[in-house]
Ligand binder design. Sequence first.
Ligand SMILES: Nc1ncnc2c1ncn2[C@@H]1O[C@H](COP(=O)(O)OP(=O)(O)O)[C@@H](O)[C@H]1O
Ligand SMILES: [Mg+2]
Length: 351
Amino acid sequence: MADEGARRRLVAADEQDDDTSAMVALRPQTLTEYDVGQGRLIEGLRVAITAARQREDVLDHVLLDGPPGLGKTTLAHIIANEMGGEFRMHSGPALERASDLVGLLTNLGRGDIMFIDEIHRLPSVVEEYLYSAMEDFRIDFVVDSGPYAKTIPLELEQFTLVGATTRAGLLTPPLRNRFGIFHHLDFYTPEQLVKIVHRSALILEVELQPEGAGQIACRSRGTPRVVNRLLRRVRDYAQIMGDGRIDGAIATEAMEALGVDEQGLDDLDRKYLLALIDYYHGGPAGVTAIAATLNEETDTLEDVVEPYLLKIGFVIRTPRGRMATKRAYAHLGISGPAPEPPGAQVNLPLQ
Ligand SMILES: Nc1ncnc2c1ncn2[C@@H]1O[C@H](COP(=O)(O)OP(=O)(O)O)[C@@H](O)[C@H]1O
Ligand SMILES: [Mg+2]
């Protein structure tokens, strides 16, 4: 299945190996460990948490938005750690019925953190119950229907909802407006990723030299999850092919062997660019058409391929579809027309 192909990608930002003990050990537990220089964003969260704790208050609801692998789930855990509440993790699409949600909400204690991942995929019948739960910490649960319908008012303990989404634009305004804190996560800079890879190497007890760290960081698509995965693969390679130490040369060699190029692109990225360039003459082409050409899911392309290609300016979004830029042609070593559309905006945000 196309989707499974995407899941096996080494540089994919999805959660394929997050549960392994090595990956769990790498997850920062506190804001200080998490902050690799994100500046104002993390500072804002730190102020909100400290202020709420001083007042012995419950933290406002938090919405975390950004591409996969940048640290939304990690931040949600950290919020629970810092606030000292119980952490309850749920996934939007799995909360199918309103009664599921009502059961979970009534079990929350004061100050607990209810984390809903992929909150944009919450069914609307369930979402509607969240409105009053978030705003007034109460729900009017309707049981039965028609003439037998009864409303049961339920008081809830004050809790903090932490929602995570890769598509904040798909959230309905009533839901979005009920979050007091909104935190957008962006791709990390190479310097931030270098810090992360050094920290991870320390935890995994791998000897990592600065050039090796730089190589891994610049091929990790701005994504901490990819950094950690590449580090583990390069560690294996260095252990078998060298003396276990990761220097610049062995890191480069390992990642070339793994099919990850110096921009962090893998086969799927290159297939995407080649389809756009060869098949659609550089675009504009709709993402659905590209997905059909590649036999991939549109969602896969939109979630795990395009964000990074947009970010590094290999692809632009225009009202008529995606277009490959000169940079993409140059990277693939293809000469040819890379039409730059008049007035096209580079790196339009995804929503
Ligand atoms: N700021 C950070 N510093 C260090 N490691 C991080 C940071 N953010 C994320 N990570 C690492 O990246 C991995 C993916 O993060 P996660 O929170 O699961 O991403 P998301 O939920 O946004 O997909 C985690 O296992 C964690 O180790
Ligand atoms: Mg997550």
